[in-house]
Design a protein around this ligand. Structure first.
Ligand code: AHM
Ligand code: MG
Length: 329
C-alpha cells in the first residue's frame, strides 16, 4: 500500500482481505488508536502544562495533577471499556484485571497493556511508549484472570505506540509488521514503514551494564565476546524498552534483560512487554528468547509474571542463546 496511506484506510483494506472478518477487531483497534492519540498529546504537553509530579500535587490552576503513567492507564480503560469488543483488560499498572462484562455487552477480546513503558524517563524528555497485546477471550461465562494466562503464540495482535521525536504506531496481526507515523497537523497516523523486516544480524547491543556485578557467567561471557568482535558493536541503551526495541528493530541488533543474581526472573513483564514485542520481532524476521526457550511458548502462571528477555536480530539472538548453556544459579 502507498506510503502515506491513513491507518483507518489501511485497517479497512486489511479487513476486506479476510471475508470472515466481522469488523469487530477493526473497531476495537480504532478505539485503541483514539486512546493513543490522546496519550500522545498529553505526553507532548507534559513539560508545558506541568502535568508531571507526584499524584496529589496541584498544578498552576490549583487542580490535582495525575502522574502521566496513571493518566495513560485511565485513558486506555475509559476509551476501551465502552467499545463493546472487550470482555476484560489487564494493565502493568493494576494489580487485578478489569472486567468489562456485566456493565456493557460482552466482547470477544481481551486487551493487555503497559500504559507508559519507560516511565522513569518521562520527566527528562526521553521517549516512552504504550505496549499492547490482544487475545481472544476463551469460552466461558465470567471473565477471570486465568483467561489472560495464554501463551504469546495465541496473540491476535500486538503493537506499541512510541512517543518520540514523532509519535509512531507499530503493530502486527500476524501478517507482517507495519509502522505508522502520526501527522499532528491532521491527527492521523500515516503509513510510513510497510512490512518492516529486521536485519538478519545487527551491530548494536543493548543491556544495562550497571547490572554486570549481578550477571551470571553466560551474560558476562557473551557481552565480552560482543565487545571483542572485530566488526565493532555499538552499545545503545535508552532505558525505555519500547525505544530500545524500536531502534534495534529498524537498525538490527540485540536487546537483553537477562535473569541475574538480583532479578532471578529478569525484570520485564511477560504479558505486557515481552510477549507483544516477541510477536512483532518474529513477524519482522527476528527472534526472541528467554535464554533457553522461545518467549512466545511460555505458558504464563500469573498476571504480572516476569521473564528474562533476549530479543532482536535472528543471528544475534541465536549466538547469545549458544552461551546460555553456561548459565548457572
Ligand atoms: P517500566 O514498565 O516500569 O517503565 O519498567 C520497564 C523498563 C523498560 O522500559 C526498560 O527496558 C527497563 O525497565 C529498564 O530497566 P533498568 O533501569 O533496570 O535498566
Ligand atoms: Mg514497561
Amino acid at each position: 500500500m502507498a506510503i502515506g496511506t491513513p491507518l483507518t484506510k489501511f485497517l479497512l483494506d486489511e479487513q476486506r482481505r479476510y471475508p470472515e472478518s466481522t469488523g469487530n477487531f477493526t473497531s476495537l483497534f480504532s478505539d485503541l488508536v483514539v486512546a493513543a492519540k490522546i496519550i500522545s498529546r498529553e505526553v507532548n504537553r507534559a513539560g508545558l502544562i506541568d502535568i508531571l509530579g507526584s499524584t496529589g500535587a496541584q498544578n498552576v490552576q490549583g487542580e490535582e495533577v495525575q502522574k502521566l503513567d496513571e493518566l495513560a492507564n485511565d485513558m486506555l480503560i475509559r476509551t476501551m471499556e465502552h467499545g463493546g469488543h472487550l470482555s476484560g483488560m489487564a494493565s502493568e499498572e493494576m494489580e487485578e484485571i478489569v472486567k468489562v462484562d456485566g456493565k456493557f455487552p460482552k466482547g470477544s477480546y481481551l486487551l493487555l497493556f503497559d500504559p507508559l513503558d519507560g516511565s522513569t524517563n518521562i520527566d527528562v524528555n526521553i521517549s516512552v511508549g504504550t505496549i499492547f497485546s490482544i487475545l481472544k477471550r476463551p469460552d466461558g461465562s465470567d471473565t477471570t484472570t486465568k483467561d489472560f494466562l495464554q501463551p504469546g503464540i495465541r496473540q491476535v495482535c500486538a503493537g506499541y505506540i512510541l512517543y518520540g521525536s514523532s509519535t509512531m504506531l507499530v503493530y502486527t496481526t500476524g501478517h507482517g509488521v507495519h509502522g505508522f507515523t502520526l501527522d499532528p497537523s491532521i491527527g492521523e497516523f500515516l503509513l510510513s514503514h510497510e512490512d518492516i523486516r529486521t536485519p538478519e544480524k545487527g551491530k548494536i547491543y543493548s543491556i544495562n551494564e550497571g547490572n554486570s556485578k549481578h550477571w551470571f557467567p553466560a551474560t558476562s561471557i557473551y557481552i565480552e565476546k560482543i565487545k571483542a568482535n572485530e566488526k565493532g558493536y555499538s552499545a545503545r541503551y535508552v532505558g525505555s524498552l519500547v525505544a530500545d526495541f524500536h531502534r534495534n528493530l529498524l537498525k538490527g541488533g540485540i536487546f537483553l534483560y537477562p535473569a541475574d543474581r538480583k532479578s532471578k526472573n529478569g525484570k520485564l513483564r511477560l504479558l505486557y512487554e515481552a510477549n507483544p514485542l516477541s510477536f512483532i520481532i518474529e513477524q519482522a524476521g527476528g527472534k526472541s528468547s528467554t535464554g533457553d526457550k522461545r518467549v512466545l511458548e511460555v505458558v504464563p502462571e500469573e498476571l504480572h509474571q516476569r521473564t528474562p528477555l533476549i530479543i532482536g536480530s535472528k543471528a544475534d539472538v541465536e549466538e547469545a542463546e549458544s552461551f546460555w548453556k553456561y548459565q548457572e544459579a
